[in-house]
Design a protein around this ligand. Structure first.
Ligand SMILES: [Zn+2]
Ligand SMILES: [Zn+2]
Ligand SMILES: [Zn+2]
Ligand SMILES: [Zn+2]
Ligand SMILES: [Zn+2]
Length: 331
């Protein structure tokens, strides 16, 4: 999701540093026109003043709404009829990137600038987490959790040598198939066949309550992304979900590489030592197996599994429900 925001609108103080002693216009037809400061409501009197926002001000009374210090700059920002130092306005309103902690910026001709070609502040925001980030992080290799889609955050490292630089705190776990997983998602991730079975039973029970029990013994196998893609290609009448397939309901006899034992998290937060096992599927009914992508949180795994079990039921009960097969094509 992308957002464009107006950058801080820039206003100018006009006639900065008028000096009443030199200003004859204030005496109109021989009558002294009283100037009242919009800040303190007292007469400007003699000396310098400035005029902006349709009023006149003592220099010390024209104050920033954020820091309450006088604005002596020629340019200032405004929001809701209040003046701000440009820097104070930026601090308040220019979105900060949740990933690199800087003001969001876009890359234009190799340099980072705060606004895009149309002069607008551009940033991306995740619709659920509301994580805001620079558009560049989508292409600069910033790890993103394959489940919740949150970006890994950069942390500021300050060394005793007084050098400060940003480094990525490797909190995300790298799975064998290239996916990244944040620690929260890892916490409840279903990583091997045995961990998935209780979930399988729960969902079977749920469907039984709906009178959609699958009575056949269908193997439920947890697989890596590679194995899932290979199995998908081995299907004649494949039905899969775009953009990424996370579960499959198989009908062909194939050999599938399945996860017998979960990986452990080794050095550099890499998942290693996973035990795989080839599993030969035999066709005893219309459905030979349900495959689920490993490493996803329990809730997500459950929803994928429930979806694939619905496909299995529709496929197995296609004879008694003529629209069952067509129905599957829509989901
Ligand atoms: Zn004043
Ligand atoms: Zn200020
Ligand atoms: Zn950033
Ligand atoms: Zn996550
Ligand atoms: Zn589907």
């Amino acid at each position: 999701m992308s957002y464009d925001l107006d950058p801080s609108p820039c206003h100018r103080t006009s006639a900065l540093w008028w000096d009443i002693s030199s200003c004859r216009d204030l005496i109109v037809s021989g009558v002294w026109v009283k100037l009242v400061c919009a800040g303190c409501n007292s007469e400007i009197g003699h000396g310098r003043f400035l005029s902006c926002m349709g009023s006149v001000w003592h220099p010390e009374c024209f104050q920033c709404h954020a820091c309450n210090l006088p604005i002596a700059d020629y340019e200032f920002s405004m929001s809701g009829n209040y003046p701000y130092h440009k820097a104070c306005y930026k601090e308040l309103y220019h979105p900060k990137c949740d990933v690199c902690k800087q003001f969001v910026s876009v890359i234009l001709t190799d340099s980072l600038i705060p606004t895009n070609m149309s002069g607008l502040i551009e940033y991306r925001a995740h619709p659920f987490w509301l994580q805001k980030y620079c558009p560049s992080h989508e292409h600069d290799g910033t790890p993103r959790c394959c489940s919740c889609e949150r970006m890994e955050l950069l942390v500021l490292l300050v060394f005793l040598t007084m050098f400060t630089f940003q480094s990525r705190e490797t909190t995300y776990v790298s799975l064998d198939d290239g996916r990244k997983l944040c620690l929260e998602c890892l916490d409840s991730a279903i990583m091997d066949n045995s961990e998935c079975q209780p979930l399988f039973l729960d969902i079977q029970e749920f469907y039984e309550g709906l009178n959609m029990k699958v009575t056949q013994q269908i193997p439920l196998l947890l697989v890596e992304r590679q194995a899932l893609n290979e199995a998908m290609e081995g299907e004649k009448n494949g039905h899969h979900h775009l953009p990424e397939t996370r579960g499959l309901c198989l009908s062909e006899e194939q050999t599938v590489s399945t996860i017998l034992r979960r990986p452990r998290i080794g050095a550099g937060n890499r998942a290693t030592d996973m035990v795989l096992e080839p599993y030969r599927l035999t066709r005893v009914c219309e459905v030979t197996a349900i495959l689920i992508l490993y490493g996803l949180p329990r809730l997500l795994t459950g929803s994928i599994l429930a979806h694939e079990m619905m496909h299995a039921w529709l496929r197995l009960n296609g004879d008694c429900w003529p629209f069952a097969y067509q129905l599957q094509l829509f989901c």
